[in-house]
Design a protein around this ligand. Sequence first.
Ligand SMILES: [Zn+2]
Length: 200
Amino acid sequence: MISKKLIDLGVLALRQRNSRGSFKPHISVRFRDDTGDLRMFSIDTTRTPGKLSQPDAYLITHAHSDHHGKSAMLSPNAVCSEKTAVALEIRHDRRYAGRMFGLGDEVDVGGIRVKTFPTEHTVGASAFYWENDVGTRILVTGDVKDAGRLPPCDILITEANYGDPADPACHFADDLEGMKCALFENGKVAFGAYEFGKAQ
Ligand SMILES: [Zn+2]
């Protein structure tokens, strides 16, 4: 799917194919940098085999498995926060091979100044922001818990998985009585849990 509006803004969003011929998870964006060179950032997606052409960066927003850092972390073109790199190394028992930044710092990716912003979704979770040759402001967030510190943008690439914090219908009270009842009156129960910081 190619949006003419995106093209007008100097951005092409695309999904690459993997070695099995199906689509990779998440998207890549093509754009031109200040000097007019064509660039591509791949977002939270798996690594392209080394013999094929590589994106300028694999942006990893955070260390949850559905954002595929386990694969992308092995590329020297990976970019993630220091804390996300540590989390990926612990979770996957692999060495992180890419670039790191302090959360909130600016990182130079091949001459492109990429700003980073905390999203509070997990420890180290970061949004990425940069501008292309025509001044289009591109913001990539991954999952977001707190959008309060994210900058204005022209193109937003985000995850549509949470409710509106301003909508009272999206607020849920703790149900401790229900939990006690399940634990002490209903016998054996299993509670779902995430192995690495989930914000919900
Ligand atoms: Zn997540």
